[in-house]
Write a new protein. Structure first.
Ligand SMILES: [Zn+2]
Lengths: 481, 468
């Protein structure tokens, strides 16, 4: 049995009876046992996974109806609530928090008989780009253990790449799915804002973030999107996608499509290996029949500043509830005055979260909102207008997912500003609500480089079709695990 | 000149559910922290789900107070740490970035004085803090989140009131209006709370917070005006400050914390998309709105020729006006209005009595018909009504059980009168010379018939008997 197969292939194998769900899940758990001590992709595992697999196998034996996932082992970023399991956001603040309800995406996956294999590591409350800000220790890049896997959904990308699961759900606030997907060479995707329900996703910057899958192939991604997308009466911001089938016609190709290369995203800050990979991707698209042209988005230069201002403001509010009064960690209330209790309790936030909460308390405050927060909102709306204008001329936008190559653990942890710039190419999709995907493209010095595509809002299907076309031109060497 | 402005918080108690979840809007009477769910407890990962009905009900209040209603509504977060706020922010509304609250710039006429409404906004009520002992000295504060998320409408007036009487009239009008619109039950404890600001000529604005009833509100204003005037009389400056109303001592006390220095970091609540109130929705709400109290009153006067005072009483109370509308027809309007405003009112003057009343509109119809056809007297009708309210029995049962039949049958009456006259020989003799004594004899007949004898008929029969 080979774990290095796509999700769709897995389903075929199970359907054909080549092995049982239990066998595959056991093998997956063995893989985790073998590798995760070093990689640290997981924060917790589902100890009922084997039982659940056995139950599904019985259903198959009895020819009973079974959901579309056929027991596919899927991992979940630890900021998405899975009922009855710990959901920590990789934070000491939520060390003991057991979710009493199910996120909508989890209900949907479970109703299609996916097996939630475990909860994956992340930067605390999804704030970070390397997974080094996890309160429970960093994850490592499976291509080279000295390197960061990207973040904040680092655990998810590692688990998918290291065959510790078939697919994973992460969350993308400023690039948190696409960035680790690029660093670990998996497919990572941020849907159009509102396409996937956020109910049960622990908010960081709720006006711009989405849950997104990480998979080994674009088809797998379309398959999972079919399950988790759509309007949800538990999230007022979801939009109706009329049950769009993202998997059908995935091989439609890009013949005649117009692709804009975002000039600002391959500028001075970009590594030369990354720029060269981007040029190669453009050539491949042209070979596939697409028309590529350079396009300039002036507001991109201000996007990171706007992103950090907006996300810090929303984080300041979204994370205010963690006062440890109703849930959290063990710290008795008696004998404290309210304010002194919560200041003590909130010292459990790690350094990056604390930094952003301080910024988040400052930039929208009465005397400074005009100078910072309101200006950031202006950038957001101008950037959106600019991107919408660009999409009148082209069907897709292209840029490297991350302007630089993966780097070593500890290399940038003390340089928050340098870390911020890693988001340079990804935040535009979040600020404008557009769908964006990162596709594994090249290896440079044995470390992956991903290519990013953006599409118009609700044109997620066209985006996946283009990603599929590019994926089929890419043949990376096997990873040594 | 004294200037008074109000900030009234009114819960939409008649709604089924809270503003952002399906827990009950009327949280009263449940064990602490049982009317809660992940959403109103602000658990990580939950999202507010807007109760569309709350938006509509609040909009009808805005329309009834002649406010402008913006086409696009938005919600904002007001961020501050407090144990009664599960999320440590309150979802509310704001007009700082353009008009996006439920209503604004309204006006109403109170006692010939125009009162401007600054804004009306919809927001979530926090939980309730319960102190062991007084809030100042307590060692332990308990929190009950049953109330958290209850739909709350905030009505803010300009400082247009000049005296407590205008405030009282406005509040009476407002309570009647809320009841008439069936949005809120102002009688429920805590359903309506108010903050007030008071300034006298030459003085700074003083805000008084946490006033739990309209009754206390008037007292607080009186106290504050007196306090400020006595300071002014002694040439002591009145400073701008926030004061709290002490319910026990009925005085205002300076608040230690300066509330205006708090930083709320307002920003748009992204989890609730903009709400579009188009003209069709507004038309529908307008059509569904019950007739206003003023229009009702005018209709009663012009159409039914009911005296103005009776019409006022009838129209301002939804319970009575509903009863009136159900029972009246072309022929009996005045009698129905009379029975309701004179007899029924004393019998069902509290909420409890109304809820326990067994009276149906059918009862009232029968009662009015019985009076009109001389079957029973007005006095008997009053007794019967009391019994019906209590027991719910049919009118005919009540008449026979209490022996209330109107004795208008001449032969039956003659028999009773003969009996009285034979017992009262001396009085009969006196009556021949002194007409006043006849009243004494009529009284005796009434006693025997429990008031059911027709007074006119009784008089004429006695007069004839005495003269012969
Ligand atoms: Zn609730």
């Amino acid at each position: 049995m080979n774990l290095a197969i796509s999700g769709l292939k897995y389903i075929e194998e199970i359907k054909n009876g080549n092995y049982t769900i239990e066998e595959f899940v056991s093998k997956t758990l063995e893989q985790i046992q073998k590798l995760d001590g070093k990689l640290h992709a997981f924060l917790s595992l589902n100890d009922k996974a084997i039982d659940q697999a056995k139950k599904l196998d019985k259903k198959i034996q009895k020819n009973e109806k079974i959901g579309a996932c056929f027991g596919m082992p899927i991992s979940i970023k630890d900021n998405i609530c899975v009922k009855g399991t710990k959901t920590t956001c990789a934070s000491k603040m939520l060390e003991d928090f057991v979710a009493p309800y199910e996120a909508t995406v989890i209900s949907k996956l479970k109703s299609e008989d996916a097996i939630i294999i475990g909860k994956t590591n992340m930067d605390e409350f999804a704030m970070g780009l390397t997974t080094e800000f996890s309160a429970f220790g960093p994850s490592r890049n499976p291509w080279n253990h000295d390197y960061v896997p990207g973040g904040s959904s680092g655990g998810s990308a590692v688990a998918v790449r290291a065959l510790e699961c078939v697919a994973s759900l992460g969350s993308d606030t400023g690039g948190s799915v696409r960035n680790p997907a690029s660093f670990c060479s998996v497919v990572g995707y941020k849907p159009t804002y509102g396409l996937v329900s956020r109910y049960g996703l622990i908010s960081y910057a709720n006006s711009i973030e989405q849950i997104g899958p990480l998979t080994r192939t674009v088809e797998d991604l379309a398959f999972i999107l079919n399950i988790i997308s759509g309007i949800d009466d538990k999230d007022n911001t979801t939009v109706d996608n009329k049950n769009e089938d993202y998997l059908s016609e995935i091989d439609a190709g890009v013949e005649g499509k117009k692709i804009g290369i975002i000039k600002e995203m391959i500028g001075d800050g970009a590594d030369k290996e990354v720029v060269s990979a981007t040029n190669n991707a453009v050539k491949k698209f042209e070979n596939l029949g697409a028309k590529c042209e350079e396009i300039s988005l002036d507001m991109v230069d201000y996007s990171v500043a706007a992103y950090y201002t907006i996300s810090a403001t929303e984080a300041g509010s979204n994370l205010a509830r963690y006062d440890n009064l109703r849930y959290g960690f063990d710290f008795p209330l008696e004998g404290f005055e309210f304010n002194s209790y919560i200041s003590k309790a909130r010292k459990n936030f790690g350094p990056e979260v604390t930094r952003r909460l301080i910024v988040g308390g400052f930039v929208p405050s009465a005397g400074f909102a005009g100078k910072y927060f309101l200006k950031a909102l202006k950038v957001k709306s101008k950037l959106t207008a600019e991107v919408n204008e660009a999409f009148k001329k082209v069907d897709l936008l292209l840029a490297p997912t991350v302007p630089i190559c993966p780097f070593k653990l500890g290399e940038k942890i003390d340089d928050p500003i340098a870390l911020f710039l890693i988001d340079f190419n990804t935040v535009t999709a979040n600020l404008t609500g557009k769908p964006a995907i990162s596709i594994p493209f090249e290896l440079s010095d044995g470390l992956p480089i991903g290519i990013q595509l953006l599409a118009k809002s609700m044109h997620d299907k066209a985006l996946l079709q283009a990603a599929y076309a590019l994926q089929n031109t890419v043949h990376l060497p096997e990873i040594q695990l | 000149m004294t200037k008074i402005g109000l900030e009234i918080h009114c819960q939409l108690t008649n709604l089924e559910s809270k503003l952002f979840c399906t827990c009950r809007a009327n949280y009263r009477g449940y064990e602490p922290n049982t009317n809660v769910c992940p959403i109103c407890m602000g658990l990580p990962g939950t999202l507010p789900l807007l109760n569309q009905k709350a938006v509509e009900k609040a909009t009808t209040i805005a329309m009834a107070l002649n406010c402008k209603t913006p086409e696009k509504l938005a919600f904002f977060r007001k961020n501050y740490f407090y144990p009664d706020l599960p999320k440590n922010f309150q979802i509310t509304q704001l007009n700082v970035y353009g008009p996006t609250s439920i209503g604004l710039e309204g006006k109403v006429l109170v006692d010939e004085k125009e009162i401007r409404i600054l804004r009306i906004q919809l927001e979530e009520d926090p939980g309730r803090l319960i102190y062991e002992g007084s809030s100042e000295k307590t060692q332990i504060t308990l929190v009950d989140y049953n109330r958290a998320g209850t739909p709350l409408v905030e009505i803010v007036t300009e400082p247009d009131f000049e005296n407590p009487k205008q405030v009282r009239l406005f509040l009476n009008m407002l309570s009647d209006l809320l009841e008439n619109l069936s949005v809120s039950d102002p009688e429920l404890e805590g359903a309506i709370r108010a903050d007030v600001n008071v300034s006298i000529q030459g003085g700074k604005r003083v805000e008084i917070k946490n006033i739990g009833s309209f009754h206390d509100l008037e007292k607080a204003i009186h106290f504050e005006i007196t306090r400020q005037e006595s300071l002014a009389a002694r040439n002591i400056q009145i400073i701008q400050e926030t004061r709290h109303w002490d319910e026990q001592r009925k005085i205002t006390i300076s608040a230690r914390r300066k509330e205006e220095e708090l930083e709320y970091r307002y920003f748009l609540e992204g989890d609730i998309p903009w709400i579009l109130i188009d003209s069709q929705t507004l038309d529908r709400l307008k059509n569904d709105m019950p007739e206003s109290i003023i229009s009702k009153k005018e209709r009663y006067i012009s159409k039914y020729k009911i005296p103005s005072q009776v019409a006022e009483v009838l129209s301002s109370d939804k319970f009575y006006s509903d009863m009136f509308e159900q029972v009246r027809d072309e022929t009996n309007v005045k009698d129905v209005a009379n029975i309701i405003t004179t007899d029924l009112m004393g019998l069902v003057d509290t909420k409890e009595k109304r809820e326990n009343s067994k009276l149906t509109p059918q009862h009232l119809v029968e009662l009015v018909n019985a009076i009109k056809s001389n079957k029973i007297t007005r006095t008997a009708a009053k007794i019967a009504l009391k019994e019906i309210v209590k027991s719910g029995k049919t009118l005919s049962d009540v008449i026979s059980e209490l022996d209330l039949v109107h004795v208008s049958d001449a032969s039956e009456l003659t028999r009773i009168i003969d009996q009285v006259l034979s017992e009262e020989i001396i009085a009969v003799e006196q009556a021949k010379t002194n007409p006043d004594t006849i009243n004494y004899l009529i009284g005796k007949v009434m006693q025997k018939t429990k008031g059911n004898a027709d007074p006119k008929l009784t008089l004429s029969i006695i007069q004839k008997k005495i003269q012969t």
